[in-house]
Design a protein around this ligand. Structure first.
Ligand SMILES: *[C@@H]1O[C@H](CO)[C@@H](O)[C@H](O)[C@H]1NC(C)=O
Ligand SMILES: *[C@@H]1O[C@H](CO)[C@@H](O)[C@H](O)[C@H]1NC(C)=O
Length: 335
């Protein structure tokens, strides 16, 4: 294999962008494990009181990721996130005004490998969310198990991440004054296993929980399509039925999260590593589908709204695909 090295002379801004993305990939892949490791190690050293105090705090703070979390405007506005979004770069695009007296549920597609677009747009202040959607607070819902990890959970909550549990989504959507946005990556971990460059398959047919939530709270549904999300990494071939896919699906059932085997570039060379490629992400926020509150929806009503959502998602994709380099004959498939 021929290794293609990065040039020696690279402008400082680009180096900082690479560093910003490196720390983010590290946080995603290893920081939780490091935090748990440090927490356990501390118990056996002379600073054992520290983890004991933290454990007491954790006991009282356990529910916070389900009740809106604990965000820090300051951390969301860190300059490191500006370099992060400039690396790809990430763009947020609005197609319709939203009404701040309502709550909204954004369905985000596709998951990609590390959901970089959702993070940049909804967990940092550097892609213009505040200017595009004044009066709104976005909450990005992630797997609850992330919040079981000491220290890491505080960092995650500081950027506006909250749990994806029912209770947590309810908390966000059940706001009388409106102005809340629950961002849910509908395809979840399962979809990351299809995150190969060029793939347009979304795991959505069986996913109806978000429809029920929207009906229960009368939250308007907004499809969001993030062009470029699947282009950031290559993934080892894992077609359905292959041994790798079977193993991944089994592990996902047991652990709740998926393990796509991915690779892209490194820090100093472009041939292998876990750093994403510098490829643009365009996250397009669609038009809202008005939803009337319905505390006891019938199966048909749920089905109907699900169908409407799929149609609107398809329309959004079709209207914008040309601008983002998707050939005319390609379209979304749902599974
Ligand atoms: C982020 O920081 C900049 C200054 O660096 C400031 O102008 C801006 O208002 C801040 N944004 C938020 C949302 O706090
Ligand atoms: C995308 O993923 C689906 C589901 O695994 C697969 O059937 C399809 O062939 C893939 N398409 C491309 C272009 O990789």
């Amino acid at each position: 294999m021929k290794v293609e090295f990065a040039p020696v002379h690279i402008p400082l801004a680009r180096r900082l962008q690479t560093a910003a993305v490196f720390q983010w990939v590290f946080s995603f892949l290893l920081l939780a494990q490091c935090c748990c490791g440090i927490f356990i190690t501390l118990f056996f050293g002379k600073y054992w009181l520290l983890p004991v105090l933290y454990a007491v705090w954790l006991y009282f703070d356990w529910e916070t990721p389900q009740t809106g979390g604990r965000r820090s405007k300051w951390i969301r506005n860190w300059t490191v996130w500006r370099y992060f979004k400039d690396y790809f770069p990430v763009h947020l695009i609005k197609t319709s005004d939203l009404e701040p007296s309502h709550n909204y549920l954004f369905g985000f597609h596709p998951h990609g490998i590390l959901v970089a677009g959702a993070f940049a747009n909804f967990c940092t202040e550097h892609t213009g969310f505040k200017e595009l959607f004044p009066g709104f607070t976005p909450y990005l819902h992630i797997l609850p198990l992330w919040f079981g990890c000491p220290f890491f959970r505080d960092y995650a909550m500081s950027v506006g991440l909250v749990s994806a549990s029912k209770k947590s989504v309810s908390h966000v959507l059940n706001n009388d004054r409106g102005g809340n946005i629950a961002v849910i990556v509908i395809g979840g971990a399962e979809e990351s296993l299809d995150a190969h460059p060029g793939n347009l398959t979304l795991s959505i047919f069986k996913r109806k929980g978000f429809i029920k939530m929207a009906l229960k709270y009368g939250a308007h549904l907004v499809p969001v399509f993030s062009f470029g999300e699947n282009e950031l990494f290559k993934q080892v071939e894992n077609p359905r039925g292959s041994w790798l896919r079977t193993l991944q699906e089994r592990l996902q059932k047991i652990m709740g999260f998926a393990l796509p085997v991915f690779h892209a570039r490194g820090i100093f060379q472009y041939s292998f590593g876990l750093m994403p490629y510098r490829k643009p992400i365009h996250t397009v926020v669609g038009k809202p589908i008005p939803v009337k509150q319905n505390l006891n929806p019938t199966l048909e009503e749920i089905e109907q709204l699900h169908q409407t959502y799929l149609q609107e998602l398809r329309t959004l994709f079709e209207e914008h695909k040309e601008k983002y380099g998707i050939p005319d004959h390609e379209s979304l498939s749902f599974k």
